[in-house]
Write a new protein. Sequence first.
Length: 107
Amino acid sequence: MSETLFEKIINREIPADIIYEDDLSIVIKDIQPQAPTHLLIIPKKVIPKLSDSSIEDQEVLGHLMLVAGKVAEQLNLDNTFRIVINNGAKAGQVSFTCIYIFYQVGL
């Protein structure tokens, strides 16, 4: 199976504006932002869809939520941001599971 776009970003095969990275995740700026701050929190473990996750994914999925808070704090988002997880193509999912953070004044 060929690598996904996110795997290529994680493996540094294609460039991305990386905001944060640790052993379990990477956070990048969206290349087509829908808000002044539009980030993708991507797990380094491939999880095709949230509905495909299992108990073994619990740690990494919880970690992604903690990363969202940490990055929001680092970017001074005033504890006001929206988190979105798309599940499946009809919901707008384009690659494997990731978490979107959106922030704009007045959100």
